[in-house]
Design a protein around this ligand. Structure first.
Ligand SMILES: Cc1cc2nc3c(=O)[nH]c(=O)nc-3n(C[C@H](O)[C@H](O)[C@H](O)COP(=O)(O)OP(=O)(O)OC[C@H]3O[C@@H](n4cnc5c(N)ncnc54)[C@H](O)[C@@H]3O)c2cc1C
Length: 556
């Protein structure tokens, strides 16, 4: 045949070119459970499986953002120059597919995070996330002067703007209370001076949220106020300098820079004393995005690996037919379903609570508690599944040339940004000690367990949750030592309970089978060889994957 193929990715990727939504039956069932419908995301599934997939790969290898801080005039533009295809993809995702609009137009956050999951790539997902975070703060707490910009940031208005969230400084990201950026009110206008050390979206954001300490405010995190900082000041001049872009192991699609505020004009969000609350709320939005994005990374790695295992032969048969490799695939599948169940539970709690304002109700504290659990758990799943996927590819899995190694690199950001796993564990403890969030957690899990007809497994999970809480409460002086262990145990028990409940609510034994198998994997390390019926249930859950003609895709 004549002609040059339009994309070389189809020769090196098995996930490229597929509709990543329609093929994902487990996720679609879960959406049905959480929002009562399987929305029509076919077009987005295809778009994220082709255009987005290719752009993210190419940007990582060849076309990362370039900081342009020179110009033919005396003006410094300080712009991050993105690959033109990446710009197009970003605009499409927001304008055409409306990923960032849903919550502000009365739909659920599950709809928004579906987009993040399908995008998967943490760089592109980050740009969408920092933008919706900015919209969120303006929507909830912006005054008349700035509130309406949420429409531009969410894609409701046709003039699209991009946002960013700049909290971290060189002396500490986890320890936000150590921020030294100063805010001063000079005749009705706020001005910021300071240095933001990790600033994603630098050079592309039209406006950013930034934490800063008003003169005279407390020295702790409680003294931080939250501001909106436009890229251009009221004289239409650059309002802050982008000092450099960082050279990163992954997330290439998002420029991450260092930003210097020098008498930078800023608009106060809400009231100064509540800045740290607004910041933590905003972090909930990004932690959930990180969690759903991590699940996207896991899923895409798995798609690649499943495809390869369906074409690669060793010792006379397909590698997926060797029991050890079949088990690798099954475990990756179980971990992904468990991860999704927990993350989507956290999102559904946020959906119920996101209109809450400080001092917040128990509903909100519980949503935050579950978000810490989901953020930590999903990051582990992404790293684990993408590592297995690399191994399933054998030697070529380690090559820079194939997409699967990139997914593993991308997975490794997920436990770090938006608060490391240790910080999630500490924040979870705080939600327990100060807000009693674990009590709402137990009540909810008890209700779910009660809905299962005499399920010993559900009772066992409840016991595990209660036992974990008891151990945290029993020795407060050792609570930090065991906090991450507790976080993980809560996640695994929640996953089993949620999967059981999906089985009950959707009247589908597949989820019950998954719950039982995952229980073995998570708590005893023993995964029984599934009997034929169970296996065929799981294969049918994996659904579309066995209907894909992998050989044809791989041009064998
Ligand atoms: C690619 C990338 C993009 C980023 N983009 C942004 C952005 O746009 N905006 C922004 O604000 N930030 C951003 N960050 C910063 C990121 O959120 C921080 O790097 C992260 O929160 C960790 O902070 P740190 O780097 O200061 O690490 P540190 O706070 O110095 O932590 C170092 C280690 O100590 C551990 N640790 C710290 N305190 C404790 C404790 N009390 N108990 C136990 N362990 C502890 C941490 O878990 C970590 O393992 C970005 C980071 C990266 C890598």
């Amino acid at each position: 045949m004549l002609g040059v193929p339009l994309s070389s990715l189809e020769h090196i990727s098995l996930a490229y070119g597929l509709d990543h939504y329609s093929l994902d039956r487990p996720y679609r069932f879960m959406l049905k459970y959480f929002i009562g419908e399987d929305p029509d995301l076919k077009e987005l599934g295809r778009y994220t499986g082709t255009e987005v997939y290719e752009v993210a790969y190419r940007v990582d290898r060849l076309s990362f953002p370039l900081l342009v801080n020179w110009s033919v005039t005396e003006k410094n533009p300080d712009i991050s120059w993105l690959d033109p295809m990446e710009r197009k993809v970003l605009v499409d995702l927001v304008s055409k597919f409306g990923i960032n609009r849903h919550p502000f137009e009365g739909r659920s956050w599950q709809n928004h995070y579906a987009g993040i999951y399908l995008v998967g790539d943490p760089g592109i997902a980050c740009i969408l996330t920092i933008t919706i975070q900015t919209a969120y703060a303006l929507f909830k707490y912006g005054n008349e002067e700035i509130r309406d910009y949420y429409k531009n940031l969410s894609g409701i208005s046709r003039d699209l703007l991009w946002g960013a969230t700049w909290f971290t400084e060189v002396q500490g990201g986890s320890d936000l209370g150590a921020n030294t950026t100063k805010a001063e009110k000079v005749s009705r206008r706020w001005r910021l001076n300071g240095y933001k050390y990790f600033a994603s979206g630098a050079g592309i954001a039209d406006m950013a949220l930034a934490t800063a300490r008003p003169v005279g405010a407390k020295q702790s995190a409680k003294g931080l106020a939250l501001f909106l900082v436009p890229r251009l000041n009221s004289d239409d001049k650059i309002n802050y300098r982008v000092r450099r872009l960082k050279w990163k192991s992954g997330t290439a699609a998002v420029p991450t820079g260092e930003v210097e505020f020098i008498d930078t004009e800023a608009y106060l969000i809400g009231v100064p004393e509540k800045g740290i609350y607004y910041t933590m709320e905003d972090l909930m939005v990004s932690r959930l995005a990180n969690s759903m994005g991590a699940m996207g990374v896991a899923r895409k790695s798995y798609l690649e690996a499943y495809g390869y295992a369906s074409i690669r032969r060793a010792f006379g048969k397909l590698i997926k037919d060797h029991p050890l490799l079949a088990r690798d695939l099954l475990e990756a599948e179980l971990k992904t379903e468990a991860g999704l169940a927990v993350v989507m539970k956290a999102i559904s709690l946020f959906d119920e609570a996101w209109h809450d304002e400080p001092p917040y109700t128990d509903k909100y504290h519980y949503a935050r508690f579950m978000t810490h659990i989901a953020k930590n758990f999903s990051a582990d799943v992404a790293a684990d599944v993408s590592r297995t996927a690399m191994e399933i590819f054998g030697g070529i899995g380690f090559l820079y040339e194939f997409p699967v190694e990139r997914w593993h690199r991308e997975a490794l950001i997920t436990p770090i940004w938006e608060g490391t796993s240790n910080i999630q564990a500490l924040d979870m403890l705080e939600a327990m000690w100060k807000k009693g969030a674990h009590r709402t957690f137990i009540e909810d899990m008890e209700e779910i367990a009660r809905s299962q007809e005499e399920s010993k497994l559900a009772d066992e999970m409840l016991d595990i949750i209660k036992d974990t809480i008891r151990r945290v409460e029993e020795r407060p002086q050792e609570a930090e030592w065991i906090a991450k262990w507790a976080l993980n145990r809560f996640a695994k028990a929640t996953a089993v309970l949620m999967l059981l409940d999906m089985g009950r609510a959707l009247k589908d034994d597949m989820f019950v089978d998954i719950a039982n198998l995952y229980h073995g994997l998570a708590f005893t390390g023993e995964v029984k060889i599934p009997d034929k019926d169970v296996l065929s249930n799981i294969i049918s859950l994996r659904g579309g994957l066995d209907e894909v003609n992998w050989k044809e895709r791989a041009r064998i």
